[in-house]
Design a protein around this ligand. Sequence first.
Ligand SMILES: Nc1ncnc2c1ncn2[C@@H]1O[C@H](COP(=O)(O)OP(=O)(O)OP(=O)(O)O)[C@@H](O)[C@H]1O
Ligand SMILES: [Mg+2]
Length: 411
Amino acid sequence: MYLESLDLTDFRNYEALRLSLGAGRFIVAGDNAQGKSNLCEAIRMLATMRSFRAGTDRELVRWGSAGHFARIASDIARVDGTLRLEIIISAPPSAEDPLASAAGLWAGEQGSRDEVGGMGAGLPPMPPAPPSRVAAGKRIKVNGAARRAIDCVGLVTVVLFEPADLDLVIGSPSGRRHFMDVTLCQISRSYCRALSHYQRVLTQRSALLRRIRDNQDDPRALDYWDGQLAALAVPIIIERAGLVTRCMPTADQVALKLGGRGLRLEYQPSYAVDAELPPATAVAAFTEKLASLRRREIAQGVNLLGPHRDDLAFMEGPVNLAVYGSRGQQRGAALALKLAELEAIEIETGDQPILVLDDVLSELDPTRRAALLESVGEISQVILTTAEPESIPRAFAASARWLNVRDGEIG
Ligand SMILES: Nc1ncnc2c1ncn2[C@@H]1O[C@H](COP(=O)(O)OP(=O)(O)OP(=O)(O)O)[C@@H](O)[C@H]1O
Ligand SMILES: [Mg+2]
């Protein structure tokens, strides 16, 4: 698939961008702080319905914008036809807005009225989003008709590769879980719904555990929540295990091409589900395990078991790359995983995701840079940003359309 057009209104530092795109390769070149990552963020939002870097949607609205809303609109060519997707984010001015007329203007207002807030706003945030101090809302339209955000995740599929992804192997487990979730949500709406529901159950259940610990509630109330948790956790674990298995051959191939001894991805769930078991039996076994942990969970006031504690390991033979890998090996493994993600999404959805490479080439050594660009040869749309145009290999540079970004304008 590919974006035919991308229009941004008051999104980050873009006041009014009208960009005509199409299949092929695009290089967005510009100095630091001109709007390269903002553009990638907007494209990624078309896939996930929420920003990968903003704590609150309000950050997305251009400072000092008169209407206090941001809009992303795009015509997308998919294998099954073209669709128009629009995301409208509204947010009143706040004290955080450097151009707000009066500091603290809205500070008296409590809480968020985000109509599709939390998980309903698309994918879960990697770090928990800080509570919004002022009202904000997000509306989504598909071909002009209003839709819920969660129903629109994955209408566009995007694989984003940015410098922070290079730390996937050595970063925190939450980053690796986020990788699995972002990929699976784009592939499967039922996964996205289960995950959204699961996160709400986790919140409710941990509050209950703390109330029980403080003698403010009855431990028997946990029976209901254990059942809910288990019923949602089991399919999430099975889907994640399946994704990791599907990513393995490509990841292994890429790692071999990079001169390593291959790569084995090891899904490490906090509770391993036997995929052979009938679902009801697997859920019952999970619930039983929860019962055995009950005393500890109450004492700690924390959900100790479930997909929110999973991890993913990168192994070269018996060697765990997070512990023993060189920096180059770790970055190579992250790159291999990204390329495997691209293929997994394509196989599962029957359509090629858009590949967005945000300033990542200059971070890779020549071998890995070449491997990446060679692998993207067949992708229908690649959007690559750079602050160092000279770092782009000549053949790729010649085959791409160049767009220059400067202060929120693209020429
Ligand atoms: N809500 C907003 N309104 C206006 N400007 C914003 C908003 N949010 C961020 N910006 C500004 O947008 C500018 C461009 O940011 P962006 O992250 O896209 O830069 P970049 O081109 O990727 O730079 P780098 O090469 O350093 O990564 C920054 O100066 C940032 O402060
Ligand atoms: Mg950037």
